[in-house]
Design a protein around this ligand. Sequence first.
Ligand code: MTE
Ligand code: MO
Length: 490
Amino acid sequence: AAARHIQTATRSRPNSTHTPVHDRDADSHVYDITDFIGTHPGGEIILRACGGSVDPYWKIFSIHQKQEVYDILQQYHIGEIDERDLDDAGKLNWNVLGDQAENYIIDDPFKHDPERDENLIVRTAKPCNAETPGNLLVDFLTPLRLFFVRNHLWVPQTHESPQSLTVELSDGEEMTLSVEDLKAKFKEYTITATLQCSGNRRAHMSQGAGGKTSGLPWDIGAIGTAEFSGVRLRDVLRHAGCDVDDDCPSPTQCCSDEVDKHVHFMSPSDTYAVSIPLHTALNPQADVLIAWDMNGAPLNRDHGGPLRVIVPGTTAARSVKWLGRISISTDESASQYQQRDYKCFGPNMKQADCTGDDWAAAQAIQETPVQSAITNILRANGDNKTTVTGFAFSGGGRRIVRVDVSADGGKTWKQAELQADKAKGARRWAWTLWKIQWPKDELQPGKEVEFVVKACDESYNTQPQTFDSIWNFRGLLANAWHRQTRAYED
Ligand code: MTE
Ligand code: MO
């Protein structure tokens, strides 16, 4: 009976070996999720639901209301609630919970989330995943109120987010530094960095021949550029005792016995954790920062204040917000976010085909490929020209050297003008905005005009024409040529 399940789970927590939950919307099913807890993206928060109905939780964590989550749950189905414990509608009768019922009523953890600009396009409200409308990505530095937000859980309240940083070296030695310590002890650096979510433009990949991919259906706006100030992770690691040689000509040889290791970044407030290679962290040209300032203002709550790591040129998933702990290890982070969420497979692979070995062998996304998009197509009244604008960006600190634009679907091309800017940093971490003017008489009246953009970086990396060759079931690194169609009346 339901009551017995609830008793079992409640009484034996936290040492329970079985964790039954049931799903009120699915009527009377009972699931044993014990084996799933370790891989739950939200960590042990799931334990709050055990013994009761998952329904109140799934109302709040709306991200679960999709087929793939129901499919996962299905694997853990163990039986049905005794029908004597169901109400007339065939759902759990909450009276059977007796005095315990109130244990299963939860406060909305998102109620303290910050207010957000109404221009943002909300993909999920709880957690907040919201992108900038493409046509508003016109400034070199994205205004903070318009900067996309990608949260896996609620935003920690100020008293919940870490106010200091603990650094743990390979030998287990620990050092804790307050924000004031960081400001006082180390040289401050400012870099201009574009952060792009690995899933940016996923919606476009899903429309391609490969078919639907799983994840948030971002358009072009899960990207933004800001100036970040803080201290170099390298300086902090050296201070904590890591062997960093300033005179070493090749940064990858500096910490010779440690160079194959990984630096882990952890946010205790929302259980987010990932890692980057140690040689990136130690490379003075890589500008990895522990930042407290974004566009001249203290880092706000949505974007990870008080402390956030910024790994420029690398997918934004590695730029951990609400940073509380850094450690060095021989292995990459074991988290879902390192091992599962941000890895690409070949276009033939389906999620169901992937074995544990396939996942382990696949490369976690770090530096990102060339990307570009059209943000605006403006028809001028006076000068008979159409102005097309957009952004272009490459990972790894590689400069954009050329942007090609077509007004006939990609048959013929012209080069856009690259906009001058004041990007800061040892390498090129920021996007390049571009602009091109198309004379009206070159655009066929009465026809739809398909503008296309593709960019080229300093290593001559460029973008694939379609998504066919890069399709992957998670819809990551979607960077095929970006197309926008406009109809011209006259
Ligand atoms: N850090 C924490 N602690 N929690 C998160 O959910 N999301 C990551 C990264 N850092 C995340 C995080 C992902 S996937 C992205 S794309 C960026 O933060 C988004 O940064 P932004 O919200 O400041 O735009
Ligand atoms: Mo992301």
